[in-house]
Design a binder for this molecule. Structure first.
Ligand code: ADP
Ligand code: MG
Length: 290
């Protein structure tokens, strides 16, 4: 039978804006050894803004934006939303109807619209088309665009870390989490910049959703007996990782249903610093029970 005080713990968590789906997860999170994070939307706000349009020579900023927005109208990724809001701000004309679309998780997308095939995404998506593209030095996410297989330029998109992200990491170390890790599909320059800013112990970049699962799997295999590996995500592309970790934790702030579904614990407000609170609530609950 489940000790009564476990329900007390779940209630206490819930008063703090944290939904715990079972008493076993509250106990497990209190033993967190490794805390693995997704980047976009989890440690960063995921509210991107377009900061630069860099069309190839002979092309224009407005046609680059038009083509990219035409592709991104199909996606609900935070990157896509920023491209579309830039499009609305600058122009607002109607975009060509999407005839066919395919989202390539962790890379970008391929869309057929107005009789053209548009690819928008990262360097590895461009490499699949046999295109070599420049690597900007700025610490920003890059979206490359190709129309009918021809490279047409890139957009720089900047995100910000959440206000309490740095505090969240330092509090986790303080309550005894041994290792904090960030896994991201974003490129090396931006991943390393963010990890340094937040004092994370490890960062792995240029990952596909499946790579994130295998990293979490490795951490689970290497953990100290009796301790736990937690993964914290926002649910966009990372439901399988949430499921693989000992404890899957979703940041519910962006309201992704997939994340709420796949997670064991949901932080209702978009505050990573609540993680240390949950660990402490879990510990107090276990102490009362024993
Ligand atoms: P993260 O791991 O940081 O949460 P994702 O796995 O969601 O990021 O995406 C990884 C990378 O794939 C992004 O940094 C971007 O380069 C590319 N990407 C994903 N979706 C899109 C999109 N809709 N448009 C352009 N690029 C995208
Ligand atoms: Mg993400």
């Amino acid at each position: 039978s489940v000790p009564l005080s476990f329900f007390g713990g779940i209630g206490c968590a819930s008063k703090n804006g944290v939904l715990v789906k079972g008493s076993n997860y509250l106990e497990a999170v209190s033993k967190a050894e490794t805390m693995v994070f997704d980047k976009t939307g989890t440690l960063t706000k995921g509210t991107f803004r377009v900061t630069k349009l860099a069309p190839v020579e002979g092309s224009s900023e407005s046609s680059l934006l038009l083509n990219t927005a035409t592709a991104e109208q199909y996606s609900s990724h935070p990157i896509a939303l920023s491209v579309l809001s830039e499009w609305k701000e600058k122009n607002g004309k109607e975009l060509a109807k999407v005839e066919d679309a395919q989202e390539i998780a962790g890379k970008g997308l391929k869309v057929t619209a107005g009789g053209h095939v548009i690819h928008a995404g990262n360097q590895s998506l461009m490499a699949e088309l046999g295109l070599t593209v420049p690597t900007p030095e700025e610490a920003a996410t890059v979206v490359y665009t190709a129309v009918d297989g021809v490279y047409s330029g890139y957009l720089l998109i900047s995100d910000e870390v959440k206000e309490d992200a740095k505090e969240a990491i330092s509090r986790l170390h303080h309550v005894g989490v041994k290792k904090t890790v960030m896994l991201t599909g974003d490129r090396k320059a931006i991943g390393e910049y963010t990890a340094k800013l937040l004092d994370l112990d490890e960062v792995h970049t240029d990952l596909l959703p499946a790579d994130k699962v295998s990293y979490v799997n490795d951490y689970c295999n290497k953990k100290t007996k009796g301790r736990m590996v937690c993964f914290v995500g926002d649910g966009i592309n990372d439901a399988p990782v949430l499921a693989r970790a000992d404890v899957g934790i979703a940041m519910g702030g962006l309201g992704s249903d997939a994340a709420v579904e796949a997670a064991d614990i949901v932080i209702m407000e978009d505050q990573p610093s609540k993680l240390a609170d949950v660990i402490q609530i879990g510990r107090r609950t276990v102490q009362i029970c024993n």
